[in-house]
Design a protein around this ligand. Structure first.
Ligand SMILES: Cc1cc2nc3c(=O)[nH]c(=O)nc-3n(C[C@H](O)[C@H](O)[C@H](O)COP(=O)(O)O)c2cc1C
Length: 177
């Protein structure tokens, strides 16, 4: 798929076909996400791949019902993490900019969108979910203390073709000087 077409046609998909995603395809899209740019190449984004039915059931208990529904049909869910204390920091532990540690989430977002676009390029739909139980989920997945969960991303072959939610007019958002 041509890059601009992939960017334009990618949608949040919340219902999936009962069809597995091969390990090879999964590795391909994860390695694309791994190529995302990051603060001083710190690469703080991590990926926990939930594919066993048992773990998926438990994961769903850490989600609100509308997100649990999305995960219920997804053959794979990637829980994204960020490593603390690197992106946005100097070697002495001080912040480099006034944005403090927010660069961790910035880098996580880039990696996340790269993952979703790479998935779409392989015919896979995805849905980024930012709403989950922030205590239950890291405990369930044994996320180390120096990391935290940034987002939950369901992935699978789409069983729906959602229309694009309306975007704001470009003129509202862009200023040429
Ligand atoms: C940071 C972030 C958090 C989101 N959280 C959720 C969520 O918890 N549940 C959900 O169904 N969709 C969630 N979405 C998906 C958005 O609703 C969706 O991207 C937006 O409506 C635009 O639709 P599109 O992705 O089809 O272009 C989230 C998206 C982003 C980027």
């Amino acid at each position: 798929m041509e890059l601009f077409d992939a960017i334009r046609t990618r949608r949040s998909v919340r219902v999936y076909q009962d069809k597995p995603v091969s390990r090879e395809t999964l590795k391909k899209i994860l390695s694309a996400a791994q190529m995302a740019p990051s603060w001083k190449n710190t690469q703080t984004a991590g990926f926990i791949v939930v594919e066993s039915p048992e773990m998926k059931e438990k994961l769903m208990e850490a989600l609100p019902s509308y997100n649990a529904r999305t995960v219920s049909t997804a053959p794979v869910t990637v829980v994204m993490t960020a490593k603390k204390g690197r992106a946005g920091y100097e070697r002495d532990g001080s912040y480099t900019t006034n944005k403090g540690d927010r660069w961790e989430m910035f880098d996580g977002g880039i990696a996340c969108q790269t993952l979703c676009l790479a998935a779409w390029g392989e015919g896979l739909g995805s849905c980024i979910m930012g709403i989950y139980d922030e205590e239950k989920l890291p405990a369930l997945l044994e996320v180390p203390e120096d990391q935290y969960v940034t987002a939950v991303v369901s992935i699978g072959y789409p069983a729906e073709s959602p229309n694009a939610p309306k975007r704001k007019a470009l003129e509202e958002k862009v200023r040429y000087v």
